[in-house]
Design a binder for this molecule. Structure first.
Ligand code: GLN
Length: 196
């Protein structure tokens, strides 16, 4: 049973099984949200939003599956609360091209190709243009670290982040998925719009 004493202060969870979860806790703190590391599905009962961070999608997927109902609990959490997936997080939330290791949580209708820019050595940082009718157009910085590419997306999915001619961020209902890491540059805007 959920009960929230102070409605305005949202408690946001950050999946803390592997990867870059610490920086997301810091960003949430910076934008005035309280946050909580999520290591077990029952901890989802306490939060009103979730970040699935970057890291290694195969590892996060395997760790999620140590607990029998973790994947299905995240899927039903997604019916009511927003989820932001960065990089490996987006990979887990979407459908995958030619990938038999990770099975999608099917939260965002987009087709993703892992490691699409090459290996670790091909990682780079860039300016990313954010554009959507919900907010004023702006540029933010982000790092593409063994990043995936969004190959295509369905009708229920809207692009909102662009790098050169590529779509690098999509919104699907209340959920956001991005192929890059804004948290490395302490960029807060995407967290703000996702968990406002
Ligand atoms: N290449 C990683 C994967 O496939 C994602 C990298 C990242 O999250 N920065 O999971």
């Amino acid at each position: 049973m959920r009960s929230f004493l102070i409605e305005e202060i949202k408690l946001i969870g950050v999946l803390a099984l592997q990867g870059n979860f610490q920086s997301h806790l810091e960003i949430l703190n910076k934008i005035g949200k309280t946050s909580k590391e999520i290591k077990f599905s029952k901890e989802l009962d306490e939060v009103e939003g979730l970040i699935i961070p970057g890291g290694e999608s195969t590892t996060i997927f395997n760790l999620l599956n140590r607990e029998k109902n973790f994947v299905s609990e995240i899927k039903s959490f997604a019916d009511s609360f927003p989820i932001l997936g960065t990089c490996a997080g987006l990979i887990l939330m979407s459908q995958l091209k030619n990938d038999k290791i990770v099975k999608s949580l099917d939260i965002i209708d987009a087709l993703i190709e892992r490691n699409a820019y090459g290996r670790q050595i091909n990682s780079f940082s860039a300016s990313i243009q954010l554009k959507n009718n919900l907010f004023q157009e702006r540029l933010i910085r982000g790092s593409f670290i063994r990043a995936p590419k969004i190959i295509s997306y369905g009708e229920s999915t809207e692009p909102f982040a662009f790098f050169q001619n590529e779509v690098v961020g999509v919104k699907s209902g209340k959920h956001f998925g991005i192929t890059f890491h804004p948290e490395i540059f302490k960029e807060t805007f995407i967290h703000e719009i996702c968990f406002n």
